[in-house]
Every structure is written in structure tokens, then in C-alpha cells.
Design a protein around this ligand. Structure first.
Ligand SMILES: [Zn+2]
Length: 154
């Protein structure tokens, strides 16, 4: 007698709760899960992606500074002054220190003329030709005697 009662009793109570549970779960799950969750994540992603696109725009400002710094270091053309310059001679391709030779330049003649106008006619106007600081400087290679450059006062 127990055999027919067991399946009947077990089948009856099991059926109603299954429907209620399925209804309860089905009613609760579908609305919140697909609607809110994807929307929140998509919104967060969109907000996270947009700001970085705006940041790089104000960055280009330091570029001019970087260019000026590079030009300082990349000075390949040697700048000649009134001092010996250590460089690679373009003629003999050797590392040399330039030999200086002073020549009368524009500043030398201007100094001579101004001294003459001031009345220093008794040979004083030739003093600038003896003052290295008033003369142009020619840079020669001590190895091949090539003229590498000239430093002009004016
Ligand atoms: Zn040389």
C-alpha cells in the first residue's frame, strides 16, 4: 500500500512548489539582470574611454622646449671664438685643437679710425692691430694647415 501512496504524495507536493519557484525566479531574474547590469557596465566603459582622448591634446606644449634643447646638443657646425677649439679636422679627419691666427678685421679698422678721429695720429691708431682682442681670429689645423673657420668680432 505504500507503493502507490509514495509516488502520489511525492508527485503532488513537488509539482506546486516547482511552478511557484519557477514563476518567482523567472519574475525576479529577467527584469534586473539583462536590463540594469549591461547598461551600467556599458556606461562605465564609455565614461572610462572618453577622458583619455581629451588629455593628450594639451600635452603638445612642451614640444617646442624639447626642440630647442635638441638644437643645443646637436650643434655640429663648430662655433669659433677667440680660443682654440678641439674638433675633428674636415680636411685630414683627425682630432685636433685649432691653431689661432689673428688678423685685422672690421673691428680693428673701426678702432683705428676712431683713434684717428680722437687725435691719436702719432702711431697710436695702429695699436688696435697689435691687440688680439680687437682682431678677427682664424682657426687653422696644426696638422694640415687648413683654414677651418674664422671668428669675426663684428
Ligand atoms: Zn687637418
Amino acid at each position: 500500500m505504500s507503493a502507490p501512496a509514495a509516488p502520489g504524495a511525492s508527485s503532488i507536493p513537488s509539482a506546486p512548489p516547482s511552478y511557484e519557484e519557477t514563476l518567482a525566479f523567472s519574475s525576479c531574474y529577467p527584469p534586473p539582470v539583462p536590463g540594469t547590469v549591461p547598461g551600467v557596465w556599458s556606461g562605465a566603459d564609455a565614461k572610462g574611454v572618453n577622458p583619455p582622448a581629451y588629455y593628450p591634446q594639451p600635452v603638445p606644449a612642451p614640444n617646442p622646449n624639447a626642440i630647442t634643447v635638441q638644437t643645443v646638443y646637436v650643434q655640429q657646425p663648430v662655433s669659433y671664438f677667440d680660443r682654440p677649439v678641439q674638433m675633428c679636422c674636415p680636411s685630414c679627419n683627425k682630432m685636433i685643437v685649432t691653431h689661432l691666427s689673428y688678423n685685422a678685421g672690421a673691428l680693428t679698422w673701426l678702432s683705428c679710425g676712431s683713434l684717428c678721429l680722437l687725435g691719436c695720429a702719432a702711431g697710436c691708431c695702429f695699436i688696435p692691430f697689435c691687440v688680439d682682442a680687437l682682431q678677427d681670429v682664424d682657426h687653422y689645423c696644426p696638422n694640415c694647415k687648413a683654414l677651418l673657420g674664422t671668428y669675426k668680432r663684428l
